[in-house]
Design a protein around this ligand. Structure first.
Ligand code: 8YV
Length: 333
């Protein structure tokens, strides 16, 4: 670099991401890209962050108090995920580190997928495809792969944020479903009326839902929110779909409940300890399993990466980031 030029901030892109996104970041920063799908964490991440002002992360790299203490030059953590349970936002705020996530841009794509996974689960699409591919389809029969209806059924939404509301809209307006939900806060009356949605306490939600879709953020308050006790409240014909985070559902308890016929089927895009999957789930025919891809349309993944890049560029060039989780850090100057 020419010594007469002011030095540019140095950042880490902690995951391989679209080359265009990296090229855009290179227009503003010296960029170090972690070019491996093995996530950086702990000491390895801290070492790689030495001398860096910003980091671009996906939803997995743990950013905690110990890491922040080891990386005093870090000023901004910008994630391309909406969920931020991998980031200790309070610890970042305490150290004056700005944190941004990527809400909004993935709402409709994620809701599309949640609905598709719910439908695949209820109508046994994974199981039926495996049956056909195995060459076992020899004749029509009145109950061959007969599942549960979606239209007119009761949709239970656990977590009524942006994505939960988008799932509810699909159910209510597209499929004539009755919508019930559980959330810390109630929706405004007008929004409840538009969706025909009714708030229920968790036990009643679990008991009334024909199809439960879980979209609640993960944190200490939602760890194993759906465990053995809650699963026992479900109808034996009901389905459960999790597009939130592994850890909201107790996967071992879910496998047991499915085996015992306490619910009919489950669709899971997220898992405790992913990419590991609880071995008992892998043996069950009535579970549709996908590798955390609810937001994975190309257009949406680009929008997520672009938003994280825009946030990082703004944060380190003195402009207000678009989606800050701790904007109070900016006010401190
Ligand atoms: C991401 C997600 O694919 O945004 C989130 O919270 O779970 C997914 O959309 C994942 O976190 C990697 O960015």
């Amino acid at each position: 670099m020419n010594p007469s030029q002011p030095s540019r901030p140095t950042i880490l892109v902690a995951r391989p991401v679209f080359p265009d996104t990296v090229a855009r970041l290179r227009q503003h920063f010296e960029v170090d890209v972690h070019d491996s799908e093995t996530p950086l964490q702990g000491d390895a991440l801290a070492r790689r962050l030495q001398g860096k002002s910003g980091v671009f992360v996906a939803g997995v790299e743990p950013i905690d108090a110990a890491l922040l203490a080891a990386c005093p030059e870090l000023k901004a953590v910008c994630s391309m995920a909406v969920g931020y349970n991998n980031i200790d936002v309070a610890a970042c705020t305490a150290r004056g580190v700005l944190v941004t996530n990527a809400p909004g841009v993935l709402t409709e794509t994620t809701a599309d997928f949640g609905f598709a996974l719910m439908m695949a689960t209820a109508r046994r699409i994974g199981e039926a495809e495996r049956f056909l591919r195995r060459g076992e389809w020899t004749h029509w029969s009145y109950d061959l792969m007969a599942g549960q209806d979606i239209h007119g059924a009761t949709l239970g939404v656990l977590g009524m944020g942006r994505i939960g509301q988008a799932v509810a809209r699909r159910g209510a307006l597209g499929f004539g479903m009755k919508v019930v939900y559980h959330n810390r806060s109630h929706l405004p009356e007008a929004e409840e009326a538009a969706l025909g949605a009714r708030w229920l306490p968790l036990p009643e939600l679990m008991a009334q839902a024909d199809h439960l879709v879980i979209v609640v953020p993960y944190g200490p308050a939602s760890h194993h929110l759906v465990g053995r006790e809650q699963l026992a409240w479900m109808k034996p014909t009901a389905t459960l779909t999790n597009i939130a985070r592994g850890g909201v559902v107790d996967d071992a308890a879910l496998a047991e409940a499915l085996r015992a016929g306490q619910l009919a089927a489950a669709g899971l895009d997220v898992f405790e300890g992913e990419p590991q999957v609880h071995p008992a789930l892998l043996t069950l025919p009535n579970v549709v399993l996908t590798p955390h891809i609810a937001s994975a349309s190309l257009a949406t993944r680009r929008a997520m990466a672009d938003l994280a890049a825009d946030n990082l560029i703004a944060a380190l060039t003195g402009q207000p980031p678009l989606t800050a989780l701790n904007p109070e850090v900016l006010a401190r100057g």
